[in-house]
Write a new protein. Structure first.
Length: 78
């Protein structure tokens, strides 16, 4: 009877450890998936911000060039 109880306890321990490993593995995979998704979203937002900044810089350069051209031609407002 004692051997049966010890065997049962050992099997229960093995099953619980195996089950715990699978849960941990699934949890880790889920966490990595969420982290990758967050990173992708953040990179898209950063790309949009860079694109907007580049457009604003281009507009500012065009305006400055036009101001210089107007100044040279004497068409300035001042």
């Amino acid at each position: 009877m004692k051997k049966l109880f010890v065997t049962f306890a050992a099997l229960a321990l093995i099953v619980s450890v195996s089950s715990c490993r699978e849960t941990t593995k699934e949890s880790a995979q889920e966490t990595l998936g969420k982290a990758a998704e967050d990173t992708e979203n953040n990179l898209e937002e950063a790309g949009d911000a860079i694109e907007n900044a580049a457009e604003k810089t281009g507009d500012a350069i065009e305006n400055a060039a036009q101001d210089v051209e107007d100044e040279i031609e004497g068409n300035d407002d001042n």
